[in-house]
Design a protein around this ligand. Structure first.
Ligand SMILES: NC(=O)c1ccc[n+]([C@@H]2O[C@H](COP(=O)([O-])OP(=O)(O)OC[C@H]3O[C@@H](n4cnc5c(N)ncnc54)[C@H](OP(=O)(O)O)[C@@H]3O)[C@@H](O)[C@H]2O)c1
Length: 328
C-alpha cells in the first residue's frame, strides 16, 4: 500500500469508508462482519478510516473503537464528521456548545483522546460561511481534541467556500469516472496548490462502478440505494452519484465498451481516482472483507494510459454530465 501526505502525516492512498458499519443505511451489518472488514482493510495496509457520528447513530464509531482496542491506535488516521446527528438537529447542531458535545461523544465512542480529522458533514451552505463555526473548531484544535479540521461537501461551489478558511486541512468530495467536475473545474488543482488534502468519496458510485448490478438487482429497505434513489432523504448526489439507477446501469454498459477487460471495473475505477495527484486518499465502502482487500490492491496497479483518461473525459462530458442530478 502506497501512502500520500495528509499535511504532515502519511496515510494510505486507499482508505476505508465506514458508513456501512452503521448497519442502518447500507443494509444490515453484524458486528463480526464489520470487524472482519476493518481487519481485512488494515491487513491490506489501509490506515485511513472515515466515519461520522451519525452513521448508525454512533455504531460505526463504536465498532471502530472496538477495532482500535484490538489492533492498537498507532498508525491509524481516524477521520469523523459532525453536524447531522438527529438530536438536537438543525440548526441547533451548529452552536458552539453542541458542536463540542458531538465531538466529545465521537471521541468517547472511538475510545481515543484526539481525532486526526473532524469534518463538517455536508452542512447547509450558509453554515459553511459562519465564522463562529470555524472558530469553534480552532478552539477544539488548540485544546487538543482534534488535530485538524476540514469539510465534506456536495459541490465545487461549497468546496470553494471552505477554501476561504486558510486552515481548512481537507475537503471530502464526490469524485469518480461519473463525477469528473472537481478535476475539470480546477478545484483539484486549487487544493493541491494550497496543500489541502482531498478525500474521495463515492469512488464506486455507490457500487454501480463495481459493474455487477443489473435491472434485476434489488436493495433492502434499510439501504439508501432503496430509500434515497431520487434524493428522498438526503442529497440525490450521494446515491449512485446522482444518476438514476437505470440511467447509471445504461452508462456502466457504455463504459464497459471503452475500457480494457483488465483490471476489473471496480479496480479501474479506483485507479482512475488515484491517477489524480491532488487526491490524498479514496475511501470506498466495503461490505465484505473480500471487497476491502480487492479495493486496497488498486494501490498496486500502474496508472491508466493517458489515452484512456482522455476517452473517459469525453465520455463524461458527452454522455454522463447532462444526466447528473443535484449539485455538482
Ligand atoms: N456526506 C458524506 O460525507 C458522505 C457521503 C457518502 C459517503 N461518505 C463516505 O464515503 C464512504 C464510501 O461510501 P460511498 O457512498 O462513497 O460508496 P462507494 O464506495 O462508491 O460504494 C460502496 C459500495 O460499492 C460496492 N463495492 C465495494 N467494493 C467493491 C468491489 N471491490 N467490487 C464491487 N463492488 C464493490 C459495495 O456495495 P455492494 O456490496 O452492495 O455491491 C459497497 O457498499 C462511506 O463509507 C463514507 O465514509 C461520506
Amino acid at each position: 500500500m502506497k501512502t500520500r501526505p495528509f499535511g504532515d502525516i502519511p496515510v494510505s492512498e486507499v482508505g476505508l469508508g465506514c458508513w456501512q458499519l452503521g448497519g442502518d443505511q447500507w443494509g444490515d451489518m453484524d458486528d463480526s462482519t464489520a470487524l472482519a472488514v476493518l481487519h481485512a482493510a488494515a491487513d491490506a495496509g489501509v490506515t485511513f478510516l472515515d466515519t461520522a457520528d451519525v452513521y448508525g447513530l454512533g455504531r460505526s464509531e463504536m465498532l471502530i473503537g472496538r477495532f482500535l482496542k484490538e489492533r492498537g491506535r498507532k498508525g491509524f488516521f481516524i477521520a469523523s464528521k459532525f453536524g447531522r446527528f438527529p438530536t438536537p438537529g438543525w440548526p441547533a447542531n451548529f452552536s458552539p456548545a453542541v458542536i463540542r458535545q458531538h465531538i466529545e461523544a465521537s471521541l468517547q465512542r472511538l475510545g481515543i483522546d484526539r481525532l486526526d480529522l473532524i469534518q463538517l458533514h455536508c452542512l447547509p451552505r450558509e453554515q459553511l460561511r459562519r465564522d463562529e463555526l470555524w472558530h469553534t473548531l480552532r478552539q477544539l484544535q488548540q485544546e487538543g481534541k482534534i488535530a485538524r479540521f476540514g469539510a465534506s461537501v456536495e459541490s465545487v461551489a461549497e468546496a470553494d467556500d471552505c477554501l476561504q478558511q486558510p486552515d481548512c486541512a481537507s475537503l471530502q468530495i464526490i469524485f469518480n469516472i461519473f463525477r469528473q467536475t472537481p478535476a475539470l473545474s480546477g478545484l483539484l488543482e486549487r487544493c493541491q496548490q494550497r496543500g489541502v488534502a482531498i478525500i474521495v468519496r463515492l469512488p464506486l458510485a455507490s457500487g454501480l462502478l463495481g459493474g455487477r448490478y443489473t435491472v434485476q438487482t434489488t436493495f433492502p429497505p434499510n439501504d439508501h440505494r432503496y430509500f434515497n434513489r431520487n434524493g428522498e432523504r438526503f442529497n440525490v448526489g450521494e446515491t449512485f452519484a446522482g444518476l438514476g439507477f437505470e440511467k447509471g446501469l445504461e452508462l456502466v454498459e457504455q463504459l464497459k465498451t471503452l475500457v480494457p477487460a483488465e483490471p476489473p471495473l471496480p479496480l479501474l475505477a479506483l485507479r482512475w481516482c488515484l491517477d489524480h495527484s491532488a487526491v490524498t486518499t479514496v475511501i470506498p465502502g466495503a461490505r465484505r472483507p473480500e471487497q476491502a482487500r480487492l479495493n486496497a490492491s488498486a494501490s498496486d496497479l500502474p496508472p491508466l494510459p493517458m489515452d484512456l483518461h482522455q476517452r473517459l473525459r469525453e465520455f463524461f462530458l458527452q454522455q454522463v454530465k447532462p444526466c447528473i442530478r443535484g449539485p455538482d
